[in-house]
Design a protein around this ligand. Sequence first.
Ligand SMILES: Nc1ncnc2c1ncn2[C@@H]1O[C@H](COP(=O)(O)OP(=O)(O)OP(=O)(O)O)[C@@H](O)[C@H]1O
Length: 359
Amino acid sequence: MMSKGIVPTSNSMFPSLCCSRASLRGARFFAPNTKRLSGCGSREKKNKIACACSAPPRNLGDGLSSININDSHAMNSRREEREIESETDVLIECRNVYKSFGEKHILKGVSFKIRHGEAVGIIGPSGTGKSTILKIMAGLLAPDKGDVLIRGKKRHGLISDEEISGLRIGLVFQSAALFDSLTVRENVGFLLYENSNMPEDQISALVTETLAAVGLKGVEDRLPSELSGGMKKRVALARSIIFDNSKKIIEPEVFDISIAVLLYDEPTAGLDPIASTVVEDLIRSVHLKGEDALGKPGKIASYVVVTHQHSTIRRAVDRLLFLYEGKIVWQGKTSEFTTSTNPIVRQFASGSLDGPIKY
Ligand SMILES: Nc1ncnc2c1ncn2[C@@H]1O[C@H](COP(=O)(O)OP(=O)(O)OP(=O)(O)O)[C@@H](O)[C@H]1O
């Protein structure tokens, strides 16, 4: 179940996991009743959430401009060229995605694209499938119908090393989902200790640097139980943005940074307003358009945030997708959210009991 490259996500998915602190490298994980989770801590290549992969960008070619044909054909060609061009910055696409749990038909044809550089929010009433679509994007769940395309390449089943490359997808769940028995250093460096050839002192230095980037200093040796809720979320964020610097997954001719997408599931849930602001600013700061606590540009190309918090909508995202009754019923800029005339959006934005959304 858990294998190379996996980032622990929700506590509910990995109940009562425990890990030996003595040696993280080669650590083994056990579910309750000491049943070992196959592949845990091994170098097996299976499903993973945070992944390093390398799907090549589409080849745009340059031949269209020299084609000597009639005008309409040329216009069609140019239109196609523009369409192809506009697709090259699409990192993740959900195309007509369906998902049911038993008789519950949750997603009924969800389509959207996440482009390079975007900060996107997914909003909508409780139980409409926001977390479900996030898990589908991350490769934790497979759609019943429809496609998920990662940089133009169709994903079959769940994520695997072989299928997807060139894009790291990290998932930061509502609960920080840290390993209780591991220190902050071991939690943040988990993937590198388990899956890289980096020497331990280098990993340790990188952990310290990454923690500093999210504004945490001197907590490396603490256990998660010694941290506040907001600090745990920051540690989880640090764990999702730590990269193996020794690996070249960078394609400078396409984008000038490592290509990584982070998916946040209610990152500010349960935080007080000021702690929420801190996390919202952190989410911005690790984005390529931001600057981290060390003054360096962020490493995250794009991110998607599932949230109910108005402050997070306003502060952390630029574009919104509204999911309702299994479909995206509205999308627009964050600035258009409160002025939209769409009755569903108006009701949601105002919190009114009157309107099409019934509880
Ligand atoms: N693994 C599962 N098995 C059965 N039902 C599930 C499973 N995962 C989700 N569901 C159901 O699917 C529906 C959508 O759940 P999901 O968590 O995606 O909604 P959400 O929009 O994120 O809700 P909220 O805003 O309350 O967090 C819910 O009715 C939930 O009970």
